[in-house]
Every structure is written in structure tokens, then in C-alpha cells.
Design a protein around this ligand. Sequence first.
Ligand code: ADP
Length: 208
Amino acid sequence: MSSRKNRYPYQAALIFGVPGAGKGTQGDILTVVPGFYHLSSGVIFRKLDPQSPDGRIIREYSARGELVPDEVTVRVFLNWLEAQRAARRYQPSEELLLLDGIPRNVNQCEMLQKYIDVKLLLHFVCHDEEAMIERIRRRAALENRVDDADESVTRRRFEVYHRETQPVLDFYSEGVVREIDSMQRPAAVLRDCLKSLVPVIEDCYPVD
Ligand code: ADP
């Protein structure tokens, strides 16, 4: 019999902010800390076979810097999440899900409401978008991403963020939102994330 704790909704924290704010860097660090499980929708999308029907749609939208349609996004994400859980890589009774890149608009928040219980939203605040664009330019040289290579696509992603993603901040109650200064060095960003995350895991997964 599966434990009650393994059923929906899964307890989650969202890592939220403009492209280039360093969400993936922090997610990669935190996922090696016991108690956290990081999933990035962008990373999931890039792992799909680009020749598959979903892979083709995803590539088409992301190459333009636009959001992939919500039905495809949520279905691919939930399938991936369940596969990780079934393989016991993600253990909902012990690990806080750290989501990066999803939900990315208010409709996705509504579609995911019954699957995830958002305990915390870490808002990576950045007052210098040109610095973020510069970070993405440097990353393009390292990562071979279709959406990083062309600066007009990068700028389009910022427009889409302001128009479609920023309203997600108002969907969740103010009490779960914490602002993190993403212009700091990665170690300082990590310290600030942990200050908010540790009390959440202590509360969600008490030691017997
Ligand atoms: P970044 O945060 O640097 O813009 P991501 O790796 O999170 O990049 O996403 C890359 C692209 O994948 C996005 O520009 C978008 O096309 C697509 N994508 C990722 N997550 C979502 C989502 N939740 N909804 C719709 N499209 C998404």
C-alpha cells in the first residue's frame, strides 16, 4: 500500500525569475543536498527526442523564445515527474520538489494546483537585465542552446517573462514569496535560498 504522503499534491518550492537569473545553478547545487529534488522544465524539454511529436512542438516554440502550449507543457512535465517518482529518484515523502521554469503562466498555475502544494516561491530579483543578457550570451558559447544563440530570441524571452510569467507572483499568497537578490555571487544566493528553504523542509518532513 502506498503511503498517504506519496499522493498528490506534492510539496514544492518554486525558483522564479527572469532568464539568466541563476535559477538552474542553484537548482543543480540544491538537488545534491538531501531533502531537495530539482526539476527544470527547460532541461526536461531539452532531453526529449526532438523528432518526437512533442519534441518537435517544443523545439519550434522555444527556438522563437515563446512559451510552449500549456497542454503539452503540463502533460510532458507530469509524465516526467511521475516517471522519476516511479523510479524512486524523487521521493515525495522525504524531498521538497524544487521547480524551475514551471508554472510559467497563470493558466499553468491553475492546471498544476491539484498536483503541487507551493510552500515557498523564491523570487530571484534582478535590477539589471542587460547583465542577465550578458550571462546568457556567455552561456550560449558553453551550452549550444537554440534559444540562447540569437540575441533577438533572448530579448523576446524577457518580453514573454514580463507579460506572461510575472503575473504568477500574484497567483500565490504573499506569505510564500521571498525575494532573493540574484546579482550576488552564487554562494550568497545559495545562503539566502537556504535561509528560506531549511525551515520549509523542517516543517514538511519532521524527523521522527
Ligand atoms: P530560460 O529560463 O533561460 O528562459 P528555460 O530553460 O527555462 O530557459 O526554458 C527554455 C524554453 O523552454 C522557454 O523559452 C520556453 O520556450 C520553453 N519552456 C520552458 N518551460 C516552459 C513552461 N513552463 N511553459 C512553456 N514553455 C516553457
